[in-house]
Design a protein around this ligand. Structure first.
Ligand code: 5GP
Length: 252
């Protein structure tokens, strides 16, 4: 296992060659970065929590018919995923104003948006992931119009589903970021959800207190970051408050 070939190392995850062709092992690190990696820290246990939360969400999305790269969780920090060609876009869905939309458009944080808004950002660290339009996406061939349609439809469906899942756990889904990939099956290509969905990539607020339960705790130095992630996991019924797997977990 330790001799596996590392294919890519990102800020919060590592991708290794998988056991079979067309598969990868996605490893969740404890590292956290913000503001285009200008702020860095190691948050003990974050990777374990994100692995579990993302698994839970990907499985739920699979059940409602969203194609994802997820195959199965392997252990505390790793999951087996399908190898895809990542579309170089971040797809952000917003329900409530926060973060960059508040700053850019002067909308007060916490204001309910008139409807859910989908935005695209070009994945390019050197440029700080600039927001782009469908015109840019098709003109520069980052994705086809069909892929944009697929991503938009899936993003809205995912938003509906996740808003319900989190709401049942007393959590407001403010916004989140998705990444998609091209999955090649013979001469067919399918757009599938990739990467992760976790408190690193979502804004999650407690429904009663509006307390932040996501990566903004790290970005804004609010403290208790992993504790907040563990609370999300606990409310979803995945893990106990301590961040430990439930007693009936297979010990992986
Ligand atoms: P904003 O554009 O307001 O900074 O972010 C919108 C949402 O997308 C937030 O939930 C934020 O966490 C997520 N997001 C945006 N860019 C990134 C990114 O590069 N990495 C991660 N993990 N999440 C991001």
């Amino acid at each position: 296992m330790s001799r596996r070939k590392k294919l890519y190392e990102g800020k919060a995850k590592i991708l290794y060659e998988g056991p079979e062709p067309g598969t990868l092992v996605q490893y969740f690190k404890d590292d956290a970065t913000a503001f285009n990696a200008q702020k860095k820290a190691t948050l003990e246990g974050k990777g374990v929590l994100n692995n579990r939360i993302s698994e839970y969400i990907m499985l739920g999305l699979g059940r409602i018919g969203i194609p994802t790269h997820f195959i199965k969780r392997l252990n505390m920090r790793e999951q087996l995923v399908r190898q895809v060609e990542i579309i170089p876009l971040e797809v952000v869905v917003r329900n409530v104003a926060a973060g960059s939309i508040s700053k850019r458009l002067g909308i007060e944080e916490g204001e309910q948006l008139p409807r859910s808004i989908v935005e695209y950002y070009f994945k390019k660290d050197e440029l700080g992931d600039p927001m782009v339009s469908e015109e840019h996406i098709t003109a520069f061939n980052w994705a086809s119009t069909q892929e944009i349609d697929d991503m938009m439809a899936m993003a809205l469906r995912i938003n509906d589903y996740l808003s319900g899942v989190f709401s049942a756990a007393g959590i407001r889904l403010v916004d989140f970021k998705l990444e998609f990939g091209r999955y090649y099956e013979g001469d067919m290509v399918r757009t599938v959800l990739a990467d992760e969905i976790s408190p690193d990539s979502c804004r999650l607020w407690d429904m009663d207190s509006n307390e932040k339960m996501d990566k903004d705790r790290f970005r804004q130095d609010l403290g208790n970051v992993t504790e907040a992630y563990a609370e999300v996991a606990k409310r979803l019924g995945i893990m106990k408050e301590s961040g430990q797997a439930p007693a009936n977990d297979e010990g992986k």
